[in-house]
Ligand binder design. Structure first.
Ligand code: ADP
Length: 626
């Protein structure tokens, strides 16, 4: 997977296909939006012609027939139609805007769902985050990407309907001949003349389109700088508001490091690249595109006035033709400009689809894991080796281990020795490159992934709680068994604190959404995370450094109750504090991605040159000095 940043020439067919895909995607999330947008666009496009048509009829009657009855009817019909159109337009636009709001929200959910559904290995990859961030910045910077598509479709519909409406009202401009007695002006009847006029209009439209395309292409060329600048500003511009950073910023004057990104930011302001372009070529091409459109209108004015002068039609028709052609030339201009926008936005859509198309490469098995009341699940690592994506060294090498059901296994080792990686493989967050992990003798890849995950309760080192009520956090759901949640909290050592929670299990954690929220300490959060693992009640309970944030009293309490807490579950326990491993049935010592020793605390301590003894002695010395 590579992040697309290079500008390439985009084919029109690709641009159209991309936008159609975007429309289909958005249509799926808010199905009513596009029909309403189409109706609103048609109403917009046809609106000017209603006024043009009726004013022409009224002017003609005023100039020629002067029949009050007829005039009265035209005025009434004109007022009624204009009024109806205005009401219809307002209703459609109001509905469109409401649905557009809905679409914005659902589009975000679309990205969130994609993030949720990605393989963990892809979530862990920096490129995935870069891609998502790039999409967000493109949207923030100037609305490019998925949500630019409705605007493009609206313009396409408006201009196409505008051109058709214009043609309908101007056909007679070309078909009504100048009377034979008009002298040299009869040349206006010549098909050659009409052809030449059409050629000039087409050429001028193309020139306007070219200038507009050039103007828009500068947006694309500036986007790389601007999105990066915007991204840096997005990060550093709001850093002062982030609660967790407040103390470090003050202590180490980090604002000086941040300031450089404000001062040198080229994404915004008059010294920015986009601003310089706007003052230079962008402005010139935009001006030229507008000027050429006015030239087209000028030609049509001249042609219409000359024909009216020669007696081909009356003054009312002049109003109709001039009004219709002016509206139509704007529609032509819009359509040509649209090609530029279409091409530019395609680059942004490519990035969006690059993200949305990240495949789920992990093999998804279909086997259901047997539900066993005796929790007799037999898990075995057989010669497993694993390297993180892009890494050169093995994080785990030839690891073989069999878990004995219902026993407590401690995993110890220095930082970086592969302990957490081992757990991540066990939970199938990654698949190993070599070897096999087996559940009851079957490769875990063959099991349905969700089903397989259900046999594990894990408290990771970097566990995350949500700004949600306490009970919902423990249960992972808004609906839960209160007694079971209380039991889990009690077992995790949170009982006393629960008594002081203002709304009990309903107490909101953290103050993100409410002043009544409770800020909990790291140790309290860890206890809640342990309670969450207990509530899940899975056959395997895995605790990665479960007491790192606990005070000695709380730690002693957890250890004291460890057997009670884990019950008949198979428990895997990662810890730096070797004294806390003593109560485990077996200890596996990891070193540089391998298991170098296995046995009970006493057995391992007896091995004089063993790693365990080395680690134990180092810690014992530390505690003795203390
Ligand atoms: P431990 O839990 O024993 O401290 P880890 O299992 O976290 O060790 O890490 C084992 C090795 O894998 C280390 O060298 C670490 O730098 C590397 N590692 C861990 N996570 C990643 C990752 N997401 N990408 C690349 N390398 C990683």
């Amino acid at each position: 997977m590579t992040v697309k940043t290079e500008e390439t020439k985009i084919k029109l067919s690709h641009a159209v296909a991309c936008h159609l895909r975007a429309v289909r995607l958005l249509h799926r999330v808010t199905p009513r939006f596009f029909p309403v947008l189409t109706a609103a666009s048609l109403a917009d496009a046809l609106n000017p012609y209603v006024a043009v048509f009726f004013s022409a009829r009224i002017l003609s009657e005023l100039a020629c027939g002067r029949r009050p009855q007829i005039l009265w009817r035209w005025v009434l019909a004109g007022a009624l139609c204009t009024c109806l159109f205005a009401v219809l337009k307002a209703l459609l636009h109001q509905r469109k805007e409401t649905l557009l709001d809905d679409l914005y929200g659902r589009k975000e959910i679309l990205f969130a769902r994609k993030m949720f559904s990605l393989d963990y290995a892809d979530i862990d990859r920096q490129e995935t985050h870069d891609l998502r961030s790039q999409i967000r910045q493109n949207e923030n910077w100037s609305g490019w990407g998925l949500m630019y598509t409705p605007g493009i479709l609206e313009s396409a519909l408006c201009s196409a309907a505008g051109i058709l409406g214009g043609i309908a009202l101007t056909v007679t401009l070309f078909t009504t001949p100048v009377p034979a007695g008009a002298g040299r002006l009869t040349v206006l009847n010549s098909p050659l003349f009409i052809l030449a006029l059409a050629a000039v209009m087409v050429l001028a439209s193309l020139a306007a389109g070219f200038c507009n395309g050039k103007y828009i292409s500068y947006w694309g060329s500036a986007s790389k700088d601007a999105t990066l600048g915007n991204r840096l500003f997005g990060f550093f511009g709001f850093i002062g508001q982030k609660k967790g950073r407040g103390a470090d910023i003050r202590m180490y004057n980090q604002q000086n490091l941040v300031k450089a990104y404000w001062d040198k930011n080229k994404a915004f302001g008059t010294k920015g690249r986009l601003s310089r372009l706007a003052k230079g070529p962008m402005g010139i091409f935009n001006g030229l595109a507008n000027a050429v459109t006015v030239v087209i209108t000028g030609f049509i004015y001249a042609f219409t006035c000359l024909k009216a002068w020669a007696g081909a039609f009356d003054v009312g028709s002049v109003t109709q033709y001039v009004g219709a052609v002016t509206a139509m030339s704007w529609s032509i201009y819009e359509l040509t400009a649209l090609l530029g926008y279409l091409r530019t936005n395609t680059g942004y859509l490519d990035t969006t689809f690059q993200f949305l198309d990240i495949p789920n490469a992990m093999y998804q098995g279909s086997l259901t894991t047997e539900k066993r009341s005796d929790r007799n699940y037999d898990v075995e690592f057989r010669n497993v080796s694993f390297r993180y994506p892009g890494a050169e060294t093995w994080a785990l090498k030839n690891v073989s281990l069999k878990f004995r059901v219902g026993r407590r296994l401690a995993i110890v080792g220095e930082n970086g020795s592969g302990k957490t990686t081992f757990i991540k493989l066990l939970c199938r967050l990654y698949d190993p490159q070599e070897g096999q992990i087996l559940l009851n003798g079957i490769d875990i890849r063959k099991y349905d992934y969700r089903d397989y995950m259900n046999i594990f309760s894990v408290v990771f080192q970097d566990f995350q709680l949500l700004s949600q009520p306490l009970g919902a956090n423990v249960a992972g759901s808004a609906l839960y068994d209160e007694a079971k949640v209380r039991r889990a909290l009690l077992d995790a050592g949170f009982g006393d604190r629960l008594e002081t929670m203002p709304q009990g299990l309903g107490t909101q954690l953290y103050k993100d959404f409410t002043e009544d929220g409770v800020e909990i300490s790291g140790g309290e959060a860890q206890k809640i995370a342990i309670a969450r693992a207990l509530y899940k009640d899975a056959p395997f309970i895995i605790l990665d450094e479960p007491t790192a944030a606990l005070d000695p009293m709380a730690e002693a309490e957890i250890y004291g109750k460890f057997n009670e807490i884990t019950g008949d579950r198979t428990a895997i326990y990662i810890s730096h504090r070797l004294s806390s491993c003593k109560f485990c049935d077996e200890i596996a010592v990891f070193h540089e991605g391998r298991i170098v020793q296995r046995g009970s605390h006493e057995e391992l301590l007896a091995q004089r040159d063993g790693k365990y003894r080395e680690l134990w002695t180092a810690q014992a010395q530390y505690y003795t000095k203390e």
